[in-house]
Design a binder for this molecule. Structure first.
Ligand code: ATP
Length: 391
């Protein structure tokens, strides 16, 4: 096993915009690191540079203590699982898994022992004689993993290994990969564009956007302390609501109020209020689950947040919670600024409706007014021009 260290890694294809732009990232020995970001953010390129399938334009890549910039892929002792499995159709499951051992001229008994052990771990024992064409998608994926883990590699690298599977199987395989990685304890780098996979699988998650590393942290850190609008909007489902707000103080100068399209409310958090500085406009980020149906919130808790009165447009009852959609209109000057930001973030995160996730027992109904409680201790405040999180 080994740590993987990336120092100021840059990748340029031709003379265009760098696909990977000055990324420095340490993957610790035994760690499960996720690289996540939207399509084209450079995550596969970064993974391919770790494995050696892509040249590094500048910067330094280390596996353990060894600089590997010029080391051939074969000599890096890494195992990679690809999105399309890349199984050999004419070989049996046994021979597909055995392939890296055969390449390394491993002795026959040892091959049998290791393949059988791997097959058992992945519940493939009864399929060892079959050809890949006669397997289900999930089984094929397991064979691809078997081939990666059968030899003692220093690290495993996964490039979107579950994207060809249906939702149910993806969920199942996610748990299997997680269990397997913990059991083997091998350094793992896993690329995905799926934030759910990122949040559930990794010890730490590195979020990339347009080749630039935005934030590295545990899933909890990314969820609770996103450094900017991009990370805040990318992590969490349904995604965070961003509301433009004018900042006002009351006459005594004590309370700080946020005038948002959902209503005016007091920001009952001195630290956050101080972070606003002298800005007159901020973007307020509120996660859907940091709203609650006010009628379900006790007095104690009410005092820790603020209330807004809204008109609900659509509701969706999901059994364990109730989503309510609250349309709003931002004032024109703010709306224009938001459209610019939206384009910059290539997303529709700055939408014109708030999504709130309420307790399933809520009786809030479409077309009616409702009072919502906001947990103001958990709201985020963003600088509208830079997108940086001020809190
Ligand atoms: P996806 O999830 O769609 O695979 P990604 O985040 O993995 O995306 P990369 O495949 O790493 O992104 O690509 C990053 C950028 O580099 C993209 O703009 C892509 O078009 C560009 N790129 C990737 N490979 C090449 C190549 N061989 N030649 C030129 N440009 C490339």
């Amino acid at each position: 096993m080994a740590a993987i260290t990336m120092k100021n890694i840059v990748k340029r294809y031709g003379d265009g915009f760098p696909a990977v732009n000055d990324v420095s990232l340490d993957v610790r020995d035994g760690e499960f690191m996720i690289l996540v970001g939207p399509s084209g953010c450079g995550k596969s390129t970064l993974l391919r540079m770790i494995v050696g399938l892509e040249d590094i334009t500048s910067g330094e890549m280390l596996i353990g203590d060894r600089v590997v910039n010029k080391v051939a892929p074969r000599q890096r002792n890494l195992s990679m699982v690809f999105q399309n499995y890349a199984l050999y159709p004419h070989l049996s499951v046994f021979e597909n898994i055995a392939f890296p051992l055969r390449l390394a001229k491993t002795e026959g008994d040892e091959v049998r022992r290791r393949v059988n052990e791997t097959a058992e771990l992945l519940e493939l024992t009864e399929h060892l004689d079959r050809k890949p064409a006669n397997l289900s998608g999930g089984q094929r994926q397991r064979v691809a993993m078997g081939r990666a883990i059968v030899r003692q590699a220093d690290a495993f690298l996964f490039d979107e290994p579950l994207s060809n599977l249906d939702a149910k199987l993806r969920g199942q395989m996610r748990t299997e990969i997680s269990r397997l990685q913990r059991r083997l304890g091998v350094t793992t780098v896993y690329v995905t564009h799926d934030q759910t996979e990122a949040m559930t699988l990794g010890d730490r998650v590195a979020v990339l956007r347009k080749g630039v590393l935005q934030q590295v942290g545990s899933p909890r850190e990314l969820y609770e302390e996103p450094v900017n609008l991009f990370v805040a909007g990318f992590i969490g489902s349904p995604s965070m609501n961003f509301l433009p707000a004018s900042v006002t103080t009351d006459r005594s100068g004590d309370g700080v109020f946020l005038e948002t399209p959902l209503g005016r409310f007091e920001l009952r958090d001195a630290r956050k209020a101080a972070a606003i500085g002298d800005r007159s406009v901020v973007l307020v980020g509120i996660r859907p689950d940091h709203f609650e149906d006010a009628s379900l919130v006790g007095e104690d808790k009410q005092a820790r947040g603020s209330l807004v009165r809204v008109r609900v447009d659509v509701t969706e009852w999901l059994g364990n919670e109730l989503y309510a959609y609250v349309p709003y209109e931002a004032p024109e000057d703010l709306a224009a600024r938001l459209r610019d930001l939206s384009r910059e973030l290539d997303s529709d995160q700055l939408r014109t409706q708030a999504v709130v996730a309420l307790d399933a027992s809520s009786t809030i109904a479409p077309g009616r007014e409702a009072e919502l409680w906001i947990d103001t201790t958990r709201v985020h405040l963003f600088d509208p021009s830079t997108g940086d999180n001020l809190t």
